[in-house]
Every structure is written in C-alpha cells, then in structure tokens.
Design a protein around this ligand. Sequence first.
Ligand code: ZN
Length: 445
Amino acid sequence: MATRKEKREQEKNTNYFFEFIKIKKHFFKGFTGYLKKVKDHRHQSYVDYTPEVILFLVILKNMAALKSMRLMSESFNKEECIENICKILGLEELKELPHYDTVNDFLSGLEVSELEDIRTYMIKELLKKRCFEDYRIEGKYWGIIFDGTGLYTFDKKHCKHCLKREYKNQETGETKIIYMHHVLEAKLVVGDMVLSIGTEFIENENEEVPKQDCEIKAFYRLAEKIKQTYPRLPICILGDSLYACEPVFVLCDQYNWKYIFRFKEGRIKSVAEEFEAIKAGETKIVIKEKDGVTKQELLWVNDISYNNREVNLIEAKIDTEDGSKSKQFLFLTGIKITKTNAERLVATGRSRWKIENQGFNNQKNIRYHLEHANSHDYTAMKNHYLLIQITDIMVQLFENGLKILRDLKKTAKEISSNLLEAIRTRRVTDEDITLLVKPIQIRFT
Ligand SMILES: [Zn+2]
C-alpha cells in the first residue's frame, strides 16, 4: 500500500486526460476512424469541421460533466485544450472549436443508427477482449438489464412523437397535459459496471395513435434489434416484475435467452399459489456471516408449470446491513436453481437495481445531466443521448480500470473535474502520442 504522500506524488505525475485516452485506445483502436466515417448530411462545400471533431467534442463535454452546450464552448475554448483535441484526433491543424449551433445542426441531421453502430463496435470489441469472462452468469450467459426511464418533460407539445399524460388538478378540476420523452435501455452488467448495449426510444408514431407507446412494446422492438446484432451471444435478461409475462417468456424461448425477473404475486397468480403451497417442503439454505449472524435465507421451487413451460421461483430473505430489518425478494427464472447456484442467482437478480443507480441516477444527477435537453430537435436529442451512452462506456472503463483512481477512492464528480482540468491545462506531447501504440495492462479488481 502506498502512503498518502506517495499517492499525492503519483497524482501530481498523472495526466488524467491522457490516461483516459490510453484506455480508450486500448479497448477501441478504431474509434476515431468510426467517428470519421459517419454519414454527413451537410453540404460539403460549407463544412468547416469534420464529423470526428464535432462528435469528439460532445464526448469530451460528457466526460467532463459539463451541463450545457454553452458551458462546453466556454470551458474548451482554450489554446491547450484545442491543441490537445487536435493531437488526439491526429489532425494537421485545428484553429478553433465548432460553435455549439454547428454541433447541434450536425446532430440533428445525423441518423441515430450511425451512433448505435459505433456503440455496437465498442461492445463487440469488449466481448472479444475476454476480460469480463468471470462475470458471465452460470459461467455462460451475459446479463443484460432492461429498464425504462423518463428523459424530458414539457408543458407544451414538443413534437409529434411526444408521449402525453393528463393531470387533473384536484382543487380546480382543471386538466393539464404534459408532454414527455422516455427511453428503454438495455445495459450489459459486468461487475460494478453497466454498459449500454441497446436503446429504444419510447415514442408515439404520430399524434393520432389510439394507444400510446409503452415500455413493454418498446421492449419487443429492442429485443429484436439486440438479437439481430448479437445473434449467437448467450444472453440472460434481467428485469422487474413487468417482464414476468407470457409474451416475454415466448420471446425468450424463441431467442434462446435465459431470464431472471423480479416476481410479484399478483403478476402470475397460479405460479405464486403453487409456490406458496409447496415451498414449505423444499430445502431451505441459510447463509451466515463469519460471526454466525444470518445473512440470508433462500428457498426455491423448480419446475412450476406455467402454460407450456416450467419456471423456477426463488425467495430470498435478506437482512439489512445493520440487521434491523429483513427484506424479501422473489425471482422467477428459467435457470434451474440448485444449492450451488442459488446465492449467485439471487445476487444476479438483485443486480437489476444497478441500472437505476450506476445507470440512470448517475447519468441524470451525478454526471451527464441526462434530463437536460441539449437541443430542441428530437433527432439531435436522441444523438446526444447516444453520445452520453458511448462516453459512459469509456468513463466506466477508465474509472474502474485505472489503479490510481481506485486507490484514491475518488467520487464521479471529482474524476470528471480532474479530467476537465487536465484537458485544459496539460499538454499532450508528440512523444505521448507515439507512446499510444504501446500495449498497456488493465485490471478491473
Ligand atoms: Zn416530442
């Protein structure tokens, strides 16, 4: 263990921004090439800035946790910073950075699939690297959490795709309509990291639709996209009790996917009743802490018939850290439950909350201001959302992969401000750039 003084010394010698670039390069060698290749809708004779400059700028904005486009322009408009961007992108010259109107104009004409394809490239590279093999469920399946969340809310109609909700003021009896945009996310769980692997916007096709779009409808669209993109990837999907229903089971059977869902008794009554009726006769395992205090009690029943299949249900009573309360969880899964895998399955089922914590909460309240619309144009809004997901994959690899950050136990906010300071004040040299081709070692624990 390094002493505090040694850690401070180490920190003084660390250029965080360059470390970030090293990790990006380590995992995604072709990244800048992909940014360059996106389809540009602009009239080429008026183009001052190439796509990679524009897209990289927004990624840096997200990396540095800057809330607005205006703040992005203000913070990065500094000689050192412009030179750093020029060097990293391997450009011959970069005199200024694009104005944020130029950035939003570009994003409003960019097909959303272009950025989705870049994210797919990144996830495929990570899977190829085989550095997360230990996190596979049952040694085989990749856990993918699905969950929806709200993004933007407006008092007035924003576009023809807006979701609408009526609110009645209890006192005046007046009704008010609010307009919203929601999204369904699929995130790959690898240890403490949750990496965006798929996105489906929950939106109405037009204003005349008889029934509005919703999370579960978006799920069928997103599941199909993921199956097409990763046809042979062994997947186990994780979701809340909304997903524990026949059409989702059918889809999982068809795609050959496993599942672990939170289960609530009301969701499928017959399954709940059968579980209650026979669970008393089943094996119960009690997991104790080192000092003998009960940590959790697990009880399960395999092969409960439901329509044309068998499902398995596990109940976990888990004591809170201070031992004052015990919480009960029920999970429904297609994976056979045994003494050996019971505890791990419950832990996996519970990891679903990571999409809310490490996922949405972090992206909304701690780092990327996800609910702040950087543009009023719907396509640009979607592209900003995807650029946040792309940045977040890199930032999580950086945070979890760089030893000094683990040693110093820095918060997300500190890490982002260190990155901002570094890009603004420390020059990346030509020698640094030549070092980028050297392989590096990264460990996640
Ligand atoms: Zn809208």
